[in-house]
Structures are given as structure tokens and as C-alpha cells.
Design a protein around this ligand. Sequence first.
Ligand code: OSB
Ligand code: MG
Length: 368
Amino acid sequence: MKPDRITLREIRMPLVAPFETSFGVTRERRMVLIEIAGEGGSGWGEVTAGETPFYNEETTDTAWHILKDFAIPKLLEKPLSSAAAFAERVEPIRGHRMANGGLEAALWEWEARLSGRSLSSLIGGTLREISCGVSLGIQPSIEELLEKIQTGVAAGYQRVKIKIKPGWDLEVLEQVRERFPRLRLMADANSAYTLADRAHLKLLDRFYLMMLEQPLAHDDLLDHARLQQALETPVCLDESIRTVRHAEQAIEIGACRIVNIKLGRVGGFLRARQIHDCCQAAKIPVWCGGMLESGIGRAHNIALSTLPNFVLPGDVSASRRYWTTDVITPEVEVTPHGTIPVPPGPGFGYEADRERIEALTTRKEVLP
Ligand code: OSB
Ligand code: MG
């Protein structure tokens, strides 16, 4: 595989509603899109880094720098045998997995299109339809949260995740459970607590959550193992799992019972699949996390979610929950039973809306 042309662009898209987590509020996304063209076809990728270094250390701007000055030059150094070989090529780059992963995803999409196959089948996916949940940010009031949950349930979503932080946890969950006693419910803290909060977090057990996502430090495994021992509620790790080694070690010490896999956070499809396989072998269920992606990243998440151990509903939901108009056609829609049917392909099965992407572009660079 030898690309003729790689187009890097930054697009800006306002969210239909602000999204608040324990680390901040996002109103507008600035994402890097990558198009790789050559050999008579092209493929698209998206970098999932945020605008600020508060989820992890990467940002839209660090990703641009790493791609332009390191990852793309490495790709162009010599031909690549397949998309699966790229992760090894960028292994010398420390961290910056979202930047590398966006480029890697574009390579997979390109390869799938060149071979006339669906991206799902190329990565070894088997599911024809994926299960979807919603992730609801911290709201101005509990009443507004209850309304948003009601909307998600009415739309058919299979589970609801709410964001929590100190001061927006027990009281909120109490009221959610009172109103929705049978809802499949989970909570994501994005590292807002420490092990000193162990007794407080133990109080969450009475809400019989499906899981508690990333309660402790973004780079911790050991304290999560100590917490998991004290809790009935399964701990799920997000931020802490960046490599297959982290997954192996987390499983070995009992730091979690569930893993959230995000394509960007782990550096792309090959690494995501390795983590998936390691969890599957250990009977640890996984699900696909989201980073408020445009349609391009969302389409990649759909393909990833077809691997067989993605047995829990993911944070991959309909385009309209995020954007007035998405950058792919058709837009991602969810069935009344809370699923997304996987488009048969080729590639990720949606078409990039070039006109719309051009209109949203704030910077662009064509390499080499
Ligand atoms: O921790 O899963 C997270 C969004 C931005 C950063 C981190 C997270 C999230 C979400 C939203 O939960 C998932 C989505 O709907 O895309
Ligand atoms: Mg999370």
C-alpha cells in the first residue's frame, strides 16, 4: 500500500447540546480528519482527541503536529504491506495514540475499499447489528437529567450511562433509580475520585449499576483493584487501558470486570483487536466507548463494535444526538430496539459528504 496523497484537515462542529463531564464542558468539537488516496481509491479516518488535554494528554493541535511531523512521514518512508502493519511502524512514537490511531483507521478503511470488502469483515467482525446505549453528560438539574433519560429510553436505547462527580452522584442516582427502577444504568466518573472515597463509592452498590466506569486516576490500576475488592458493582476501565499490557495487568490484579475499548485511546484497530482478544480470553466483556465523534469516527466505531466480545451496549449512538447535520450519508440512525444495523460496505459503509466537510474545514494540508 502506497498512498499518493494524504489530506489532513481540521473541521469544527458545534454540538446540539453542551456535553459536561467531571473534567469540563464541550460545546464545539474541533476534530482532525484524514483522507488517504491512492491505488484507485481512498479511505477516511478521524482523530478522537479532545480540544483540551483533560481526558488524556492529547489535543486536536498535538495530533496535527504528531501526524504532520512524525506519523505521516513514517507512513510515507516505505510501502506498507497492510493496514495491520502500521501499528508496529509507529510503535517508536511514545503515546499520541489518538493521532496514530486516526491515521491507522484511515488505512484500514482505504484497504477495505480497495478490496471491495466491509471494514467490519476486514477486521474480523462477526456481528451484523450492534447494541447501543446513550452517554448523558452532567445536567443543570436532576429534573433535566430525568427528562433526557426518558428521551433515550423512549428512543429504544438499551442502556443509559450518566456522568458523575463528587456532588453529582448519590442524590442523582437516588432519583434516577426511583423514577427508573428497572433501567440498565451505569455511571462514569472520568477519574473524579480517589481511593480515599472508597466508603462513599461503596454506597453506589445499592443502585445495582451495570458498572462504575473509571472512578479513580486516569493512569491507575492498583487502586482500582483495591476498590473493586470492596465493591459489588463491577468496575469498568476506560482511561487506564491504553495498551494490551495494561489490559493484561488490570485483569491479572482484578482492577476491573469490564473494559471500555476506544479506538483512538488504544491507537487504532490492530491494538483495539488485541485488547478485545485478551479480554475475551479472560472472559471480560467489552464495549465500545465514544469521544463525541463526527460520522467518520462513528462509522469506525460501528465496525469495531462487530468483534464478537463487544457484548455490552456501547456509547455509539445516532448522529442526530450530536449534530444538526453529520458529515456522512446516510447519517447514523438507531432502530427502535436500540441497535445500529452494520452497513454491508465497502469500507465503513457510509459515504463522506465532501461538500459538507469542505464547508466545515478550518485548516487543510496535503502531504507529501
Ligand atoms: O469517558 O466515555 C468518556 C466523551 C468525551 C470524553 C470522554 C468520554 C465521553 C463520553 C461520550 O462518555 C461518549 C459519546 O457519546 O461519544
Ligand atoms: Mg469514560
